[in-house]
Write a protein that binds this ligand. Structure first.
Ligand code: DX5
Ligand code: ZN
Length: 218
C-alpha cells in the first residue's frame, strides 16, 4: 500500500568528498544525516554548520537523525536549517511532544526515534504528533552493524496503530539494512529505509538504491 523510501546515510560517505558523494545518490528519496555528539552516542559527526552546508549543496532533501543529548534545547534549530525532517531520540528528550511541535512550527517534519531497547507502547497514543517514527535496528552510533530482528514487533505495533488511527506517520528503520534484511523490515511494516554501508559500500550507489527499492517492494 506504500512505496518504499530509500534514504542513504552519509555516515558511510567520504567526509572530505561530501558534495561528490551527495551527487552519487540522486535516485534516493532523502539523504539521511546522522548527527552525533559523542555524548548520547560514543561517536562524533556533524553539527549545525555542516548540516547547513549539506543542505545548501544536496540535490535531495535532508532526513536529519539527531543522536544528541538535550534535544529540547538543540533539536528545533536543525529544522531552521531547512531540513525536510528532523528525528530525535525519545531517550534524549524531556518533553517529546513539545520538541515535535517546535520542529513542525519551524517547517520540518518531526520524527521520534527509539533505541532497540526502548519500548514503543508509551508512544502509540502520541502518533498524531509525529510525521515519522524511527525504529532503530542497531544500537545507534556506528554504521556497518548487524540488523536486530528482535526490534520487528515494535514495527508491527506501530503499523497496526497507524492503521487504527488513520494517520500517515511514516515508519522508518535504520541500521543493518541491506538486500537480505530490508524485506524483513518491510514485511513488519516499515516504509522508509535508511542504508549506509549497503549504499556507499557498493561500487555503484545508484544501483544499490535500485536493488534495495526492489527488495523492499517485492
Ligand atoms: C547508526 C546510524 C545509521 C547508520 C546506518 O547510528 O543512525 O544511520 O548510518 O549504517 P548502516 O546502514 O551501515 O547500518
Ligand atoms: Zn541514522
Amino acid at each position: 500500500d506504500v512505496t518504499a523510501r530509500i534514504n542513504p546515510s552519509i555516515l558511510s560517505a567520504d567526509f572530505v568528498n561530501m558534495e561528490r558523494d551527495l551527487n552519487r545518490i540522486q535516485t534516493a528519496d532523502y539523504v539521511h544525516v546522522d548527527v552525533m555528539d559523542n555524548h548520547f552516542v560514543p561517536n562524533l559527526t556533524f553539527g549545525p554548520q555542516m548540516v547547513g552546508r549539506v543542505q545548501d549543496v544536496s540535490p535531495i532533501p535532508l532526513d536529519v537523525h539527531l543522536m544528541i543529548s538535550d534535544v529540547d534545547r538543540w533539536g528545533p534549530g536543525y529544522a531552521e536549517l531547512g531540513a525536510f525532517s528532523v528525528t530525535f531520540h525519545v531517550e534524549a528528550a524531556t518533553d517529546p511532544v513539545a520538541v515535535a511541535r517546535a520542529i513542525r512550527d519551524r517547517g520540518a517534519r518531526a520524527g521520534l526515534a527509539l533505541k532497540p531497547g526502548t519500548p514503543v507502547e508509551p508512544y502509540l497514543e502520541l502518533l498524531p504528533e509525529f510525521d515519522q517514527v524511527l525504529v532503530m535496528t542497531v544500537e545507534p552510533g556506528f554504521g556497518g552493524q548487524s540488523f536486530m530482528p528482535e526490534t520487528m514487533p515494535k514495527l508491527r505495533l506501530l503499523r497496526e496503530q497507524v492503521r487504527r488511527l488513520g494517520v500517515d506517520t511514516w515508519l522508518q528503520v535504520d541500521g543493518g539494512i541491506a538486500l537480505d534484511t530490508i524485506a524483513i523490515a518491510a514485511e513488519a511494516g516499515a516504509d522508509t529505509f535508511v542504508a549506509g554501508s549497503a549504499v556507499y559500500g557498493a561500487d555503484d550507489p545508484e544501483r544499490a538504491i535500485a536493488g534495495l527499492r526492489e527488495a523492499a517492494t517485492s
